[in-house]
Design a protein around this ligand. Structure first.
Ligand SMILES: [Cu+2]
Length: 212
């Protein structure tokens, strides 16, 4: 009896630690309303979150507001609106396992811009991350910083003077709802198959979009 109760207690503690450490949502950041049914959201991706996050060596998404990087992956965006998203990617390429995800899907016009140049696909080997919202049919691959880039960002915080690729696209939101988003590049260095750690932790390579 004692052994069974002890076993139940250990499992209960393990489950609550998992929920509190990996599945708890960080506080949301709201997109900036720029006009009626128009908003902007600026994100970043870094090879290591550094002093901005709890697991300093982990790869992560970030949000930029008032010229500063913040560590959250939960965003509030207005319903029935065009949301212009900018992602400054400071990370190198990890490569996609499924080349289907190297195509842009579900954005306005079916395109993204990389440093201002419109395209709808990249080489799957050159992808750092994806910004994918499966329920909204949206997926955007992020071009990685070349390995030989001068002045790379090792860990956050990094200024925009460090080597990065700027990806921009626009999404059209519908009715209110809560949508999960995630990266589909196995980018978690040091974890089995690159899919654990930051890839399964909200606040790093996963998050939520609240359409409100
Ligand atoms: Cu990623």
């Amino acid at each position: 009896m004692v052994v069974v109760l002890a076993g139940v207690a250990i499992v209960a503690v393990a489950i609550s630690l998992y929920v509190s450490k990996y599945l708890r949502s960080p506080s949301p950041v709201a997109a900036t309303q720029t006009g009626p049914n128009q908003a902007t959201l600026t994100l970043g991706t870094t090879p290591a979150v550094g002093s901005l996050g709890g697991s300093k060596s982990w790869v992560s998404y970030l949000v930029r507001q008032h010229g500063q990087w913040d560590h959250t992956t939960v965003f509030n965006v207005p319903a029935h609106s065009l949301v212009h998203i900018t992602i400054d990617n400071f990370d190198g390429a990890s490569a996609l396992r499924n080349p289907f995800l190297s195509q842009v899907q579900g954005t306005v016009g079916g395109v993204m811009r990389i440093n201002g140049k419109a395209t709808d696909v990249i080489n799957p080997d050159d992808a750092s991350h994806t910004f994918t919202v499966p329920q909204m049919g949206i997926s955007v691959p992020l071009l990685g910083v070349p390995d030989n880039a001068k002045n790379p960002c090792a860990e956050m915080p990094c200024s925009l003077k460090k080597a990065h690729e700027t990806i921009t696209f626009t999404i059209r939101t519908g009715k209110p709802g809560r949508f999960r988003w995630q990266c589909f590049v196995p980018c978690a260095a040091g974890f089995i198959d690159g899919f654990a750690g930051p890839m399964q932790t909200i606040g790093y390579m996963d998050g939520f979009i609240h359409v409100i």
